[in-house]
Design a protein around this ligand. Structure first.
Ligand SMILES: Nc1ncnc2c1ncn2[C@@H]1O[C@H](COP(=O)(O)OP(=O)(O)OP(=O)(O)O)[C@@H](O)[C@H]1O
Length: 265
């Protein structure tokens, strides 16, 4: 844990605070209310899903939580500490990690180099390739361990751009883990992944929570995967939080069924 993380929680009563909380989070762009008064908490150690029809505001929610966009109202709290005015980097240093809908890896570099770079940046090093490879150093050893834990231990020298989608997603998760996050936002991790690779990737996501003590908030359209992974599901609809409950309760909620599940049937 870095000094930044200690700083993030300094002055706040963090004893029982959820790992992540949004309060009345809102974004208005011009005349359009993209997100309005969205409030929910993700307790430490839980996996919470976010669903909603296209355009419901899921990516916008992630952009506000991670600091890509400033909200026009409301707050984002990490471990009870208000980070609403913090930059993306400050939030990352406070333990927030994120994957994107589109791939964010370096396609021309090897699998190992990608994770090694992420670990190097986390340690405050320069984003330099000149030092590759350094098989014995701590960052390389850590990168190898992480790649083993996501099932890519036998593909260290493969060019990242040549990996199938499922392995690219595992690589992105290993890169995320190299930054030592406590809260991770996963934006549609199953997008484009072949059906045969879904169970393996699901297990890697489960391990984020089980083996790496991460609290997870994930947007996912693959309902079967989501319902098998998460403890609670938040439903967004036209920028509003329609419901947040257990997967079973959400599936059974008539309002949710007509607003979302009915549309996909
Ligand atoms: N910069 C912007 N300016 C204007 N409208 C925007 C902007 N960004 C997003 N929107 C609108 O806000 C709404 C929410 O978009 P968002 O991408 O958050 O939805 P989403 O739930 O992630 O959708 P999808 O499932 O298709 O990814 C959409 O109607 C979108 O067109």
């Amino acid at each position: 844990m870095t000094s930044d993380r200690h700083t993030a929680s300094a002055g706040a009563d963090t004893s029982s605070a959820p790992a992540l909380e949004v309060r009345d989070l809102s974004l208005r762009i011009g005349g359009a209310q993209i997100l309005e008064d969205v409030s929910f908490a993700v307790p430490t150690g839980q996996i919470v899903g976010v669903i909603g029809p296209n355009g419901a505001g899921k990516t916008t929610l992630f952009n506000l939580v991670s600091g890509v966009l400033p909200p026009t109202g409301g707050q984002v709290l990490l471990d009870g500490s208000d980070v609403t005015r913090r930059t993306i980097t400050q939030r990352a240093n406070a333990g927030l990690g994120r994957t994107f809908q589109t791939s964010s890896l370096f396609p021309a570099l090897s699998v190992l180099e990608n994770v090694r770079l992420a670990a190097q940046v986390r340690e405050g090093g320069a984003l330099s390739l000149i030092s590759f490879p350094r098989p014995g150093d701590a960052a390389t050893r850590h990168a190898r361990e992480l790649l083993g834990s996501v099932g890519l231990g036998d593909r260290l020298d493969r060019r990242a751009g040549d990996l199938p989608h499922g392995d690219k997603r595992k690589l992105e998760i290993a890169m995320l883990l190299a930054t030592d996050p406590s809260v991770v936002l996963l934006d549609e991790p199953m997008a484009g992944v072949a059906s045969g690779d879904v169970p393996g990737l699901t297990e890697v996501i489960r391990s984020l929570h089980r083996d790496h003590a991460c609290t997870v908030l994930m947007v996912e359209h693959h309902m079967e995967v989501l319902m098998g992974l998460v403890e609670r599901v938040a439903v967004l609809h036209f920028g509003h939080l329609l419901a947040i409950d257990t997967p079973e309760a959400v599936m059974a909620d008539p309002t949710v069924q007509s607003a979302y599940l009915g549309e996909t049937a």
